[in-house]
Structure formats: structure tokens, C-alpha cells
Design a protein around this ligand. Structure first.
Ligand code: HEM
Length: 373
């Protein structure tokens, strides 16, 4: 297979459903694959890591007339220096490790309440994997939890714009508008103690558009990917119920079935990656999910093994943009899988995948649940 065929297949429905054989084919070709003179697929662990940590490789920041993309471009996720540093220091001041650690009792209480309320036959995605992180992020932000049912379809529509295909998407734009209106209303009188109030207080360091974009990003990034992590982990447990459900299990779920499979960068100037010259302005498609299955870094990469020594997947990225919420996501998943352990959980029908390459997760995961309580 050629790099072009690999990229095309990754964007096809079959490739989105199961990209892993394509990643294996990519690794056989090498760590860095030219698709054209100025488009490269970056697949090796060392190569992806190098790109993420080298400031020469920036976020592609072309202005967009599409409201959903424009919204994301204004957030920290798509910012370059010096704006990125300003937003990152501001967000890190309010999103502290202490604040995250302080959430543990609330996360445990939320997990127990959700588990107590589960019927014997449920869709795990709808009744648990979505509910836990949306409840936690609403609490952290100070967004009324009564509004959370609105957010799953809106977030899903919005993040569809992150896929490599489909440049224009009316549903994504409608979601961007609705979330924008929601937060514009909320910031007029934000509930005290949450991040919304903290960021409104720091307003002189953010433009009005940046404030809205970052609040929406925090809400959406705060639950969509974590929902996928919980679902991807549960699907593995359904196949291998005897696995220990501890922090090492969560780390291996992140490696094996990463909720974020792809990100992108552009070369600000002529440079090199793993010894290969990269022309200025080249576009780099970083396959995080492939890096996590690099046989040079993870022996027998297609085997799920929580006991892997030195398991450091790139699922949260690396370098300047490393995920701000990584410790929160890990904490939620660790508490959730720990509390799920006493239950007997079996499949109750065929799960369905979300038809996505970039954000990988399940749409539905029907289960039968007994014991535990
Ligand atoms: C950035 C993944 C959960 C907030 C990122 C990036 C990745 C990622 C890969 C970097 C993208 C890049 O470099 O291009 C994940 C995964 C999660 C998760 C897999 C769950 C399993 C969260 C949570 C929050 C969050 C819970 C917030 C509460 C952010 C923010 C950024 C980010 C604000 C932008 C950081 C920056 O650009 O400096 N995430 N994330 N994420 N994530 Fe997460």
C-alpha cells in the first residue's frame, strides 16, 4: 500500500471503523510517510513525539468562514504563540491539580449515584459514559447540571467539524451558534465558584470571543473524549472480564483505543523529523493512534496488556498543547472502572461505533448488568 492509499482508506467508512490494520501497514513503510511534496503522515511514536514537542511545528491556523471552525480556532486548542501561552497560563491558573484532586469525592459520589440508578439492561454510553464526565465538567465549570442533556448532541455535532473530511457542516455551525448563545447568556451572571466565574473575572486577559471559545472548548473537551474513553474501556472489559480495572488498565485503554486518533501541525519553517527533511509550510497529519501501536515502542502492539512496562501512550498529546484535562480524565476513568468491578457486565446486543476517525468511540454499547450492589 502507498501512503496515499493509507490516508484515503483511513477516511473511508471501513477505515474509520477499524483503522488499526492501516496503521500496521503504515508502520511497515516507515515512521514518516510523504503523501505529496507538502503533506506527510507521521506514524512512528518517536516521530509523533518529536513533532508535538518541537515549536517549529505549529497549529494550522488558517482563518475559517465556517462558524464551528472559527470558534475552535479562537480557543487555546488551535492557538499559536504568543496567544497560546497567554491562554494556557490563564487556564492553568484556574484548572489547577489541586482543584482536580479536590473533585475526587464528587466524582465518587457521581459514579455511585449513576451505578445505583442503572437498570439491568442499559445503553452504557447514554446512561453512564456520557453522564459521568458531563456531570463532572458542568460542576467544575459551574454550568447548571440541569442543562447537561442538551450537550451530548451539540458536542457531537460540533466536533464533527474536526474530522479530516467534510469541510462544511451545517449541523456543526448550528451547534457552535447554540453553544455560543448559551455561554453568552451564562457569563452575564455566572454561578460562583466555577471556572466560568473564574474566567469571567480574568476577562481583561481574554477577548470576548476567546472567552466564549475557551468555555465551549472546556465543556466539549471535558466530556466527549472522556465519554469515549469510558466506552472504549468497557468494550474491552466485555471481551476480557477478568482484567484488573486499575490505573494501569486505564492507561492501556488510552494506548490501545485512544479517544483522539489524529491531530495536525504545519511546519513554520524548513525542518527535519527523525532525520527526514520537511519543507516549510508542510502539513503534518499526526496519527496518535498509530504511534500508540508502533511495534518499535510497544512490542506486540495489538495485544491489550495493562502490564506493559513504561506504558506512555501519546493519547493526550505532548509538548505545549498537552491535554490540560489529562489528570481529570484519568481520575474519572480510574474511579469509574474501580466502582464497576463488583458488577457482572455482559453484552446485550451489538454495539455501534461513532462513524469518526479523529474522535474514536461508541455511539451505543448495550449491556446487561447484575450483582455489585
Ligand atoms: C488538548 C486528548 C480530556 C481539555 C488535548 C489534546 C489531546 C487531548 C490529544 C492535544 C491536541 C493537540 O496537541 O493538537 C484528550 C483525551 C481526553 C481528554 C484523550 C480524555 C480521555 C480532556 C478533559 C479536558 C480537556 C477532561 C477538560 C476538562 C483540553 C484542553 C486542551 C486539550 C483545554 C488544549 C490544550 C492546549 O492546546 O494547550 N486533549 N483530552 N481534555 N484538552 Fe484534552
Amino acid at each position: 500500500m502507498t501512503p496515499t492509499e493509507i490516508l484515503q482508506d483511513l477516511m473511508s467508512p471501513a477505515g474509520r471503523a477499524d483503522p488499526f490494520p492501516l496503521y500496521a501497514a503504515a508502520h511497515r513503510l516507515g515512521p514518516l510517510l510523504p503523501v505529496t511534496d507538502d503533506i506527510f503522515l507521521v506514524v512512528g511514536y518517536a516521530a509523533v513525539n518529536e513533532v508535538l514537542r518541537n515549536p517549529v511545528f505549529e497549529i494550522p491556523a488558517e482563518p475559517s468562514s465556517q462558524p464551528s471552525l472559527e470558534l475552535m480556532q479562537r480557543s487555546i486548542l488551535r492557538a499559536n504563540p504568543p496567544d497560546h501561552g497567554r491562554m494556557r497560563s490563564l487556564l492553568s491558573q484556574v484548572f489547577t491539580p489541586r482543584r482536580v484532586a479536590g473533585l475526587q469525592p464528587a466524582i465518587e459520589a457521581a459514579v455511585d449515584e449513576l451505578l445505583n440508578g442503572l437498570a439491568a439492561e442499559v445503553d452504557f454510553m447514554d446512561r453512564f459514559a456520557f453522564q459521568l464526565p458531563v456531570t463532572v465538567i458542568c460542576e467544575l465549570l459551574g454550568v447548571p447540571t440541569d442543562d447537561r442533556h442538551r450537550f451530548r448532541p451539540l458536542a457531537s455535532d460540533l466536533t464533527a467539524a474536526l474530522e479530516l473530511t467534510d469541510a462544511s457542516d451545517a449541523a456543526a455551525d448550528a451547534a457552535a451558534r447554540e453553544l455560543g448563545e448559551y455561554f453568552a447568556y451564562l457569563i452575564q451572571d455566572p454561578p460562583p465558584d466555577g471556572l466560568v466565574a473564574a474566567l469571567v473575572a480574568a476577562r481583561q486577559r481574554l477577548s470576548d470571543e476567546e472567552l466564549l471559545a475557551n468555555l465551549i472548548l472546556l465543556l466539549v473537551a471535558g466530556f466527549e473524549t472522556t465519554t469515549d474513553l469510558l466506552g472504549n474501556g468497557l468494550a474491552i472489559l466485555l471481551r476480557q472480564p477478568d482484567l484488573p480495572t486499575n490505573a494501569a488498565f486505564v492507561e492501556e485503554v488510552l494506548r490501545y483505543d485512544s479517544p483522539v486518533q489524529v491531530t495536525t501541525r504545519v511546519a513554520r519553517e524548513r525542518s527535519e523529523i527523525v532525520g527526514t527533511p520537511i519543507p516549510a509550510a508542510s502539513n503534518l497529519v499526526l496519527l496518535l493512534g498509530a504511534a500508540n501501536r508502533d511495534p518499535e515502542r510497544f512490542p506486540d502492539p495489538d495485544r491489550f496488556d495493562p502490564l506493559r512496562p513504561g506504558n506512555k501512550p501519546l493519547s493526550f498529546g505532548a509538548g505545549a498543547h498537552i491535554c490540560l484535562g489529562n489528570s481529570l480524565a484519568r481520575l474519572e476513568a480510574t474511579v469509574a472502572f474501580d466502582r464497576l468491578r463488583p458488577f457482572t457486565i455482559t453484552p446485550n446486543g451489538e454495539p455501534t461505533r461513532r462513524d469518526r476517525l479523529v474522535l474514536r468511540g461508541y455511539q451505543t454499547l448495550p449491556i446487561r448488568l447484575s450483582g455489585g450492589r
